[in-house]
Design a protein around this ligand. Structure first.
Ligand code: ADP
Ligand code: MG
Length: 690
């Protein structure tokens, strides 16, 4: 039930003055459907309306002048109205397009004093101002803000009209009960929620424009707390759901002992954490995070063996068929060797063969199903699904993940991710999961020698590649998607593939996003089986794809990629014992930041460190990479500027849920209003593990 106090904010935007059938869709597009969304529109910049005399005008600046009307010049033909004005230092012409000239003369008669504000320009005919933003009698001059926030605009809806709507939304905003902890709010000098919004929309000084201004930090913290609280509650709710108790099994230990390698310390720890969850009789929701090749899948495999030994079934779902098949190949040998039946189920399974697989899953004859989206389809039923393992979970929708888990009761949930997230942002993405980190590589991997080279040296790179291929090596060659048009990019990749064919020979293949999945798989299989020696790819080679013999990775226009992505791409090589190399080709000149970013890759192989440094170097500016890794689309909170607040909000949320899980205390009630205000429950979508 939505608290009554929020009703004015949940009114449709059409309840705002001036928002009719024409404007509503535009404003909806900019802000959203309700008054709250308009209130939460964030100014993207602030103009300063510096008061000045005409002689002190600066071309192109927004300024405010106190003038007297001298004369009107009616247009001849399709020309604008011109109004000549002056102050004690000079003259200026105001220019008005449109046919309201006579009104103009009535409203601003000759000799009247006016305060005008707008952009002044000198295009060689003296100072002029086209359509002043303000033109008011001196006694009304206080209506002109010295600092005026500028809002996003869209065709047909100028920024200043948007500002008017925002101001009205602000009028409607009620004082809300305080949900912040009093001591914390005092320490942070937080104004009340309403005051904070007031400052956002009517800044009083330069200091008010900073992301670190107390009022802005408050809004960011409110948003973070709302989200963290929703996540902490989800997590607590899931914990309260009963789930099968699954003991550690001897069969899992036997499988582990049979592996041709010993677990790393981090793998042992991760398995231990899963088993701890399994023993509780509560639903597990855990994420195993670790670089590609760090050994996540084999850890999950041992957990599956425990589940099977206790009579349960596991579904392992991967976002692509290639990945599903690789997982199947990794785990089916060790599991079947110990009597645990594994099946691969993808979109390719048809007819009788598919029916047979489905029957075996429904009857419980098969304990582990590995697959793609095919797994959560309605026809797929399990006898006793107790564990859902989802690889790269952010590539699936919540509904999809839930559909899979709903095939069992109190299904334990285990996610695997190779997407490195800066430590400071982890809470925002995985706040509702327990995280096991595999931050240790299996021994014997040789670090990938990483070099950056300007595009001008591509000839040398190709020559070396030819030699390496002649010696039996395999290589990835990545052409990024950079232009607006995928077709243009595709052409570039085709050209590159042709060129490499000419220098290297017929064993050069091409894979790209426009290919049908089956065709992609076929090319990928040719590469994996060594029939192709060089694989040119436009799309990012699927995360997790394992081709141990590939030892060379060439990335064109490396400066265009996010660091985390480069790191993941590089992770595709260096998986065997042979020396591997990664060449980052760039278009010179590199900016200093770009240079630094490529340098980090040369210096370290630690995905977490790389992600953290990337965030620092970008200053949180480029959110794209972050969003790709599941970072929420916050209104106020900035991933970099407010990283201290992220941690604080996480702690705060945990404490609240620990002390007052049903939010019944005074503060708890206020917090419920906060949650409604930000809608994180509804919006939890992307981040929710299910
Ligand atoms: P991830 O799922 O993290 O990408 P996998 O579990 O698929 O990693 O392991 C990648 C490869 O490394 C597999 O061939 C696996 O057999 C091997 N591997 C896993 N753990 C170890 C280890 N501790 N020592 C040596 N090799 C390992
Ligand atoms: Mg993997």
């Amino acid at each position: 039930m939505r608290p009554e106090i929020l009703f004015p904010l949940y009114a449709p935007i059409t309840s705002l003055k001036g928002v009719g059938p024409r404007v509503a869709p535009l404003l909806d597009k900019l802000a959203g459907p309700i008054v709250r969304d308009v209130l939460f529109l964030k100014p993207h910049s602030v103009v300063r309306r510096t008061p000045a005399t005409i002689s002190a005008a600066i071309d192109g600046e927004v300024m405010t002048f106190q003038v007297t009307i001298e004369s009107f010049q009616a247009p001849r033909g399709p020309q604008p109205w011109r109004v000549r004005v002056f102050d004690e230092t000079g003259f200026m012409t105001l220019v008005f397009f449109g046919s309201f000239g006579s009104q103009l003369e009535q409203r601003h008669p000759v000799n009247a004093r006016r305060v005008i504000s707008g952009k002044v320009e000198d295009q060689g005919y003296g100072w002029q101002m086209v359509h002043p933003d303000y033109m008011l009698a001196p006694e009304k001059a206080s209506e002109i803000p010295e600092l005026e926030p500028v809002y996003p605009a869209t065709a047909g809806l100028p920024a200043r009209t948007v500002r008017r709507f925002v101001q009205e939304a602000l009028q409607r905003a009620p004082e809300l009960p305080e949900w912040q902890d009093a001591a914390w709010a005092a320490r942070e000098r937080f104004p009340t929620w309403r005051e904070a919004l007031g400052r956002l929309h009517d800044p009083e000084s330069d200091a008010d424009i900073s992301l670190q201004a107390p009022h802005y930090r408050r809004l960011a913290y409110d948003e973070l707390l709302a989200q963290q609280l929703a996540m902490a509650q989800r997590k607590a709710e899931r914990r309260r759901e009963a789930a099968a108790k699954i003991p550690a099994s001897t069969v899992a230990e036997a499988i582990r002992a049979d592996l041709p390698f010993a677990f790393t310390g981090a793998q042992t720890r991760a398995l231990g954490e899963i088993r701890h969850d399994f023993a509780l009789g509560e639903r597990m929701s855990r994420l195993i995070q670790g670089d590609v090749g760090s050994g996540k899948t084999v850890v999950a495999m041992c957990a599956m063996a425990d589940v099977a030994a206790a009579g349960g079934q596991t579904a392992l779902m991967a976002p692509t068929e290639i990945l599903a098949r690789q997982h199947f190949e990794t785990i089916s040998g060790p599991l079947t060797a110990h009597g645990i039946a594994v099946v691969l189920l993808t979109g390719r399974d048809k007819g009788a063969a598919r029916a047979e697989k489905l029957r075996a899953l429904a009857s419980g004859a098969i304990q582990v199903a590995v697959g793609t989206h095919a797994l959560f389809q309605d026809e797929v039923a399990f006898h006793r699904l107790e564990l859902a393992v989802i690889d790269e979970q952010h590539r699936f929708g919540v509904a999809e993940r839930q559909r899979l888990q709903a095939k069992g009761q109190g299904t334990h949930f285990l996610a695997m991710s190779a997407t490195p997230i800066p430590r400071t942002l982890e809470l925002t993405v995985y706040g509702d999961l327990d995280v096991s980190k595999i931050d240790e590589k299996p021994p014997g991997r040789t670090p990938v020698a990483t070099r950056a080279a300007p595009m001008g040296r591509i000839g040398e790179v190709e020559a070396r590649l030819r030699e390496a291929v002649a010696g039996g090596a395999q290589a990835f060659w990545i052409c990024p998607l950079v232009s607006e048009s995928e077709l243009v990019d595709l052409k570039a990749a085709e050209t590159r593939a042709e060129e490499l064919k000419a220098t290297i020979g017929p064993s050069v293949g091409l894979i790209h996003g426009k290919m049908a999945p089956a065709a992609k798989d076929a090319v990928m299989a040719d590469f994996a089986d060594g029939r192709l020696s060089v694989l040119v790819a436009t799309t990012v080679v699927e995360v997790g794809v394992n081709v141990p013999n590939a030892t060379i990775m060439v990335i064109e226009q490396a400066e265009r990629f996010g660091l985390a992505q480069l790191h993941q791409l590089r992770g595709r090589v260096g998986r065997g014992r042979r020396e591997s190399a990664c060449v980052l080709l760039y278009d010179p000149p590199l900016s200093e930041t770009a240079q630094k970013r490529l340098d980090i890759l040369r210096r370290t192989d630690d995905g977490f460190l790389i992600a953290e440094t990337d965030l620092e170097l970008r200053g949180g500016g480029d959110a794209l990479g972050l969003r790709q890794s599941g970072f929420p689309d916050y209104v106020f909170a900035d991933p970099f500027a407010h990283r201290d607040l992220i941690a604080a909000a996480g702690d705060d949320a945990r404490l609240i849920v620990g002390r007052d899980p049903a939010l019944t205390s005074e503060r708890g009630k206020a917090l419920r209003i906060l949650e409604e205000l930000f809608d994180w429950k509804a919006g939890l979508g992307l981040r929710d593990a299910g």
